[in-house]
Design a protein around this ligand. Structure first.
Ligand code: HEM
Length: 494
């Protein structure tokens, strides 16, 4: 679906980050409120440009030991008697060739070695190269955490000269001032950008999640849309036409309706964090919601722009209206073959082996996640709750990626020793074309004499994929694809 009627945002507000631009031919689809700026700096700052690659190889050859020694040397030196730099000197360190320096307050940091390790991607960090971090960190408030400051502190090389200190305190207007007012029931994981999930007790009350508590995943301030001036730009194939469509133009396409569940790749990340630290927002089991979506199909719009399935290597690149201070829009991509499939859906992000850490990760080595694995979670009772003896009602959701239908949910009251099959609710699903979740529930007697229950659920999809029993074998440094058996511990009232 290209045009989403659920909320006011026909752009990519809830899109996942594209870590590195695909090297294949890209078709661009982006939304603007005014003039068209195709292929903006998201290309120019691609983490895959050749100079970055060359520099990365060189860094590897130098050897980690040498890098660390150099690094330690500078850190010690910086602490003992900080070197003084002018802002001009900092500015001249803004490329891999010169080294990459940034400032925070009056402190100067050489982050050359960190650029490729940056969880937000090298291209984002490069936006601040040679200058202050404040304007960018005001936007990406994920940096207001002690572990981020600790990482930065390792790279300190000195202080700004007294004359330049004052100038470094940049006045930044609040980019989030116009964000909408949110529902108070939402459990907020970060205020700026706003990321929040519905509480478990509300999540599965309705098959269609009420709009005000639909989970919210933002990377930037919410763009302000003017429906009259809104335009969707679609770049055509080489030699073909490009489209510039108003909302009214989009309404002229055949309207399709579909019930779809949207899940963040980081849903249930907090369970991975409990096993071993990961970087990312601490989502519980609520980074998932379901809506009835309606609008023009992406494949119809791309066809009108002259795209055909024959462009086998092509990707469709989306740019949202949400952009950072430099105008760099948030983006994501999917293969054209998927976009042209009238039944297809969209996903992104990457997963790695549990053995891969931030020192060894190679983001080019893994494909982006397009389909998420089978998933289920318990929403009632709540973890730590005290339930009545007699009977317990267990409720939850189950869902699988790639259009796979949920065929069964198993529930255990004793940590996985014995199982009972839950009753599935919600719309019937077509095999391999099931885009929405199933809600489920089980009513079962509380085993006599039990003071505590370790309630577990696991779902099975129509490819007979099952959820892994523990987090350890699927742990990954970014905390995505967290779909181990979901546990809820409850006390039984005497
Ligand atoms: C040397 C300076 C920087 C350091 C040390 C740094 C460090 C980090 C760390 C540790 C994270 C992961 C945080 C977490 O998820 O808990 C992160 C994420 C991120 N950073 Fe940075 N960062 C720097 C500069 C920047 C700049 C200049 C930008 C933007 C222009 C930026 C944009 C982002 C984004 C978009 C994310 C991902 C947030 C998400 O997952 O939604 N960073 N950074």
């Amino acid at each position: 679906m290209l045009l989403l009627h659920r909320t006011v945002v026909p752009g990519l507000r809830q899109a996942y980050r594209l870590k590195s631009a695909p090297s294949r031919l890209c078709i661009w689809a982006c939304s603007t409120n005014d003039s068209f700026q195709p292929q903006r700096s998201s290309h120019a700052f691609s983490g895959d440009n050749s100079s970055t690659r060359g520099w990365r190889v060189m860094g590897t050859l130098l050897g980690l030991g040498a890098v660390l020694a150099y690094h330690d040397h500078w850190c010690r030196a910086a602490q003992e008697s900080p070197r003084i730099y002018t802002r001009e000197e900092v500015r001249s360190h803004s490329s891999p060739e010169t080294g990459i320096w940034v400032t925070l307050g009056s402190e100067v940091f050489d982050v050359t070695e960190f650029v490729d390790l940056h969880p937000g991607g090298p291209s984002k960090l490069m936006l601040a190269a040679g200058g202050p971090l404040e304007p960018f960190w005001a936007l990406y408030a994920v940096h207001n955490q002690s572990h981020v400051r600790e990482i930065l502190a390792q790279y300190k090389i000195g202080e700004l000269s007294p004359d330049d200190k004052a100038a470094s305190i940049l006045k930044t207007s609040d980019p989030y001032a116009d964000d909408p007012i949110r529902h108070p029931a939402l459990k907020v994981n970060s205020q700026r950008p706003f990321n929040a999930e519905p509480p478990p007790e509300l999540l599965t009350e309705n098959y269609i999640t009420p709009n005000p508590i639909f989970f919210t995943r933002n990377h930037l301030p919410v763009p302000n849309l003017d429906p009259d001036t809104y335009r969707l730009h679609v770049v055509g194939p080489p030699g073909g036409q490009s489209l510039c469509l108003s909302l009214d133009d989009l309404y002229q396409f055949p309207k399709h309706e579909i019930t779809v569940t949207l899940q963040c790749a980081g849903n249930r990340r907090s369970e991975m964090t409990r096993f071993k630290e990961v970087r990312g927002l601490e989502w519980s089991a609520g980074a998932i919601s379901t809506a009835r979506w309606a609008g023009a199909r992406l494949c119809d719009v791309l066809s009108q722009a002259g795209h055909h399935l024959s462009e086998t290597e092509a990707h469709v690149c989306f740019e949202g209206l949400d952009s950072d201070p430099t105008g760099t829009a948030y983006g994501a991509s999917i293969p054209l073959a998927r976009a042209m499939d009238p039944e297809a859906e969209r996903r992104d992000y990457k997963g790695f082996s549990p053995s891969v850490d931030w020192d060894t990760v190679d983001f080019d080595s893994a494909p982006s996640i397009q389909e998420l694995p089978v998933q289920s979670a318990i929403t009632q009772p709540k973890d730590g709750e005290t339930i009545e003896s007699g009977e317990v009602t267990v409720k939850g959701y189950a869902w699988s990626g790639g259009g796979r239908a949920v065929v069964r949910v198993d529930v255990s009251l004793d940590g996985g020793l014995t199982w009972q099959v839950a009753e599935l609710d919600g719309e019937e699903q077509r095999a391999r074309k099931a885009w929405a979740w199933r809600l489920w529930q089980l009513q079962a007697p509380v085993p006599a004499g039990k003071k505590e229950l370790n309630i577990v659920c696991k779902a099975v999809d129509d490819s007979y994929n099952v959820q892994p029993d523990t987090v350890a074998p699927i742990w990954n440094l970014r905390g995505v694809l967290s779909n181990a058996w979901h546990h809820v511990h409850v006390h039984v009232a005497p």
